[in-house]
Structure formats: structure tokens, C-alpha cells
Design a protein. Structure first.
Length: 85
């Protein structure tokens, strides 16, 4: 269960990081603070859970896959939401 939770959290964390990057780049100021709070929540949870779980290749694969997919989905959603190219 921890792997599913870490996959979802890493997906959400990197999704928000990529989304925030586009907020800043495309001057979407109203979205910057709410996204920052989401980032803080996800980052703190992710760090705490990884500290408990320790290092492992499966953990790297789960978090890496969630992160990559999160970045892809964030870029696609932001582009669709704001039509900003």
C-alpha cells in the first residue's frame, strides 16, 4: 500500500511543480499561492514517508514513474486550461 501512496504523492508533487513552473512562466499569478500550498503538503508528506520506508530500487521506480507521469499530465492540463502554447 505504501508504494501506491508514494506513487500518487510523487505524481501529485511533480504535477504541482510542473504546473507551478507554467504558472510563473505564463503569468498566472492567481494560481501561484494555492499551488504553493499544495506543493508544501505533498513535499512534506513525501519526505516523511520516504524517511520511514528507507532507500530501495522499487521505491525509486515507483516515485520516478509517478513523477514523470505527473510532469506530463501537468503540462498537458495547463496548456488545455489556459491555451497558452
Amino acid at each position: 500500500m505504501i508504494y501506491v501512496l508514494l506513487f500518487l504523492t510523487s505524481f501529485g508533487f511533480i504535477f504541482l511543480k510542473a504546473f507551478q513552473q507554467r504558472n510563473v512562466a505564463f503569468d498566472k499569478y492567481a494560481w501561484i499561492m494555492p499551488t504553493s500550498y499544495g506543493l508544501a503538503m505533498m513535499e512534506i508528506f513525501l519526505i516523511a514517508e520516504v524517511a520511514k520506508a528507507g532507500w530501495g530500487i522499487l521505491l525509486v521506480l515507483v516515485i520516478g514513474t509517478g513523477s514523470g507521469l505527473g510532469a506530463l499530465f501537468a503540462a498537458m492540463l495547463h496548456k488545455r486550461m489556459f491555451r497558452d502554447g
